[in-house]
Design a protein around this ligand. Structure first.
Ligand code: NAP
Length: 270
């Protein structure tokens, strides 16, 4: 048998940070395996999964744009991701060649919130796209209180709240932010090249946590405003590293060395 490997697939694929994260952990743990980036176009997706299912060295893949929904057609959906988050970001190959899909974004998002008790607490979320679906799935698992969901497309926001069984209301961005224990930005606003997310955070209590899943730039205007008010801020690299950690365990059966996150973060930002 040749060297085991996993990979991230997408179209385009040049922007991905996943190989850096997984290679850092493989090297740190001395595991003789590879994690690479592979360009796969939509037309090539069925052939890609057929070839990889027959390759015993292939442990699985992460999936990025535009394949997160289309990939569901080629794998077993044992966790019923199709009717919850609606998209997969990870595929695992069993020894018999069976492929199973999962989504590690929700647990990656939840990981840095593990020490907080958010049950029945009010939460604000901005966004109703693919990442927001993973965020709302995780929040419904935490049994949070009412969710105020701000989105440009308000009807889409209201649909998401009801599909995740969350109490609350959907509002257009620009309405007043209510008092919340946690505020999450899950839009692309604030990302390099996108308009900023300008919110008035004055209604948030002093113990509120502000979580921006955007990671380019790392210190968004929203996080700077939160820290300026003395609030705890969580940046997008926490979720990025968190979702990769769940996938790494599935691919390589080892615990990633999270005590080396500072070094990993420096490399990701270099
Ligand atoms: P998406 O599915 O395209 O959703 C984009 C969201 O942003 C929607 O809510 C959209 O509103 C909103 N939006 C976009 N442009 C806007 C504008 N000009 N004004 C107001 N709202 C706007 O994208 P996604 O996959 O959810 O990704 C969203 C962000 O999360 C990206 O920055 C991505 O890099 C980041 N992300 C981070 C991680 C991580 O691990 N840290 C993981 C996944 C994603 P409408 O619904 O009204 O169009």
């Amino acid at each position: 048998m040749a060297r085991p490997y996993a990979e991230v697939i997408g179209d385009p694929i040049g922007h991905t940070k996943s190989p850096l994260i997984h290679s850092f952990w493989l090297e740190a743990l001395g595991i003789d395996a590879e994690y690479r980036a592979t360009h796969v176009t939509p037309d090539a997706l069925p052939g890609y999964f057929a070839t990889r299912a027959a390759d015993p060295d292939w442990r699985g893949c992460n999936i990025t744009v535009p394949h997160k929904v289309a990939a569901l057609a080629h794998v077993e959906d044992r966790e019923d991701v199709r009717t919850s988050i609606g998209a997969i970001n990870t595929v695992i190959r069993a020894e018999d060649g069976a492929l199973t899909g999962t989504n590690t974004d929700a647990s990656g998002f939840a990981a840095p919130l593990a020490g907080l008790d958010l049950a029945a607490k009010p939460v604000t979320v901005i966004g109703a796209g693919g990442a927001a679906r993973a965020v709302l799935f995780a929040l419904s698992d935490m049994a949070v209180g009412p969710v105020t969901l701000f989105n440009r497309d308000v009807a889409k926001g209201a649909d998401l709240l009801s599909s995740f069984g969350l109490e609350g209301q959907a509002l257009p961005i620009g309405e007043a932010v209510p008092p919340s224990a946690l505020l999450v930005n899950a839009t692309s606003l604030g990302m390099t090249g996108q308009p900023p997310l300008a919110l008035d955070l004055s209604a948030l209590p002093a113990e509120a946590v502000v979580y921006d899943i955007v990671y380019a730039p790392l210190e968004t205007g929203l996080l700077a405003a939160a820290r300026g008010r003395g609030l705890v801020g969580i940046d997008g690299l926490e979720m990025l590293i968190g979702q990769a950690a769940v996938a790494f365990r599935l691919f390589f059966g080892a615990e990633p060395p999270r005590d080396r996150d500072d070094e990993l973060r420096r490399r990701l930002l270099a």
